[in-house]
Design a protein around this ligand. Structure first.
Ligand SMILES: C[S@@+](CC[C@H](N)C(=O)[O-])C[C@H]1O[C@@H](n2cnc3c(N)ncnc32)[C@H](O)[C@@H]1O
Length: 342
């Protein structure tokens, strides 16, 4: 059932695990929707107790619990009770340090999952789930769900990236497609002299404002609402960050974004690209490849890229690019691309 990197399928069960994977996804989403993992945060509970706190009838709850036990997300304690598996405790309990359940519950379950029903027509070029991010994220309700979910999903990656970026004397950062500001907030918190600008669609920066203000960074993080392809980017940046932007835009737009980054960076400035990237031989990882595939459901002009092919595009745009390095194992990588000093 779990997604492994590119091991050739040998058994019929290997195929079944993929075909039925959608049931496993829905079991996880349904459990998140009723707060099941949070209800188990304090320890093992019986079906009757869980019915009491969730309002779900015992027969149906038991069926869900059996599925979750089968998936390894919940364990039966042998005394008619159920408890969280270690990873569920760590990552799916509301408020736990590693909690990113809201990312799955909101963005993956409510937006990406239904969008993928359009993969077939997207592949044929005969239809799409919606008209690109510009369409989806211009709607305030969708922008709020997407962005608050992304915040939960990006905080861990932001902390990891903060340890990788050579900040030097950097004072200014432009976070293009910056979403909730998870990265800008994390970098500004760690680097007291840094000021940042988050550029994203207006309905998204409206949400970012709330995270920024809650972090007490209103005086150091500016918000620029607009389409990054058409909005002028503020000049003299020490660092430009693009996290999950290049995978989300069209092939031609990637060149526009790289050219705009080059122009707005001061000489010697740094472009940091964090995104889904294939290995250089393009044979996986499976999850990175699947993330590129899901974009086919809602835009016809997207492309997949490996660390090597993206680095080549960065060099074509004038940068000296590093090799890619993994950030979220099996999913994302980082490339540091330097504009030559004057
Ligand atoms: C997957 S989210 C990542 C958000 C953030 N960078 C992070 O890593 O948490 C991609 C972001 O790119 C933004 N985006 C995509 N195309 C854009 C465009 N043309 N102009 C501005 N923002 C864009 C989306 O609105 C969204 O917030």
């Amino acid at each position: 059932m779990r997604i492994h990197t590119c091991a050739p399928a040998v058994r019929r069960a290997d195929i079944s695990g993929i075909a039925y994977g959608f049931m496993a996804s829905q079991a996880l989403f349904a459990a998140l929707e009723i707060g099941l993992f949070s209800h188990l945060a304090a320890g093992s509970r019986t079906v009757a107790e869980l019915t009491g706190v969730s309002g779900v009838a015992p027969n149906r709850l038991r069926t869900l619990l059996n599925a979750l036990v089968g998936l390894g997300l919940v364990v039966a304690d042998g005394r008619r009770g159920y408890a969280n598996a270690p990873a569920s405790d760590r990552y799916l309990v509301r408020g736990a340090p590693g909690d990113f359940g809201e990312y799955f519950r909101l963005q993956i379950a409510q937006q990406i999952y239904p969008a993928l029903l359009h993969l077939g027509s997207g592949l044929q070029g005969t239809g799409s789930a919606f008209g690109t991010f510009t369409d989806l994220l211009s709607r305030p309700y969708e922008a709020r769900i997407f962005t608050s979910a992304q915040h939960a999903g990006s905080l861990t990656a932001a902390r990891a990236l903060a340890g990788r970026v050579p900040m030097g004397q950097a004072r200014t950062l432009l976070d293009v497609g910056g979403g909730s500001g998870a990265f800008a907030i994390t970098l500004c918190t760690r680097n007291p002299r840094l000021r940042a600008t988050v550029l994203d669609f207006p309905a998204v920066t409206d949400v970012a404002r709330e995270y920024r203000d809650a972090a007490g960074l209103a005086n150091r993080i500016g918000l620029l609402g607009g389409d990054a392809m058409h909005t002028p980017w503020p000049p003299d940046q020490d660092i430009v960050l693009m996290s999950y932007l290049l995978s989300a835009i069209g092939d031609g737009e990637i060149d526009v974004a790289l050219a705009k980054a080059y122009t707005c960076l001061r000489p010697g400035g740094l472009l940091v690209v964090h995104d889904f990237m294939l290995d250089d031989n393009e044979a996986g990882p499976a999850l990175a490849a699947l993330w590129f595939l899901q974009y086919v459901a809602y835009r016809s002009d997207g492309v997949s890229f490996s660390g090597r092919s993206l680095a080549a595009r960065l060099v074509d745009a004038g940068f000296a690019a590093s090799e890619s390095e993994a950030l979220i194992p099996e999913i994302t990588k980082v490339i540091l691309a330097r504009k030559a000093a004057a």
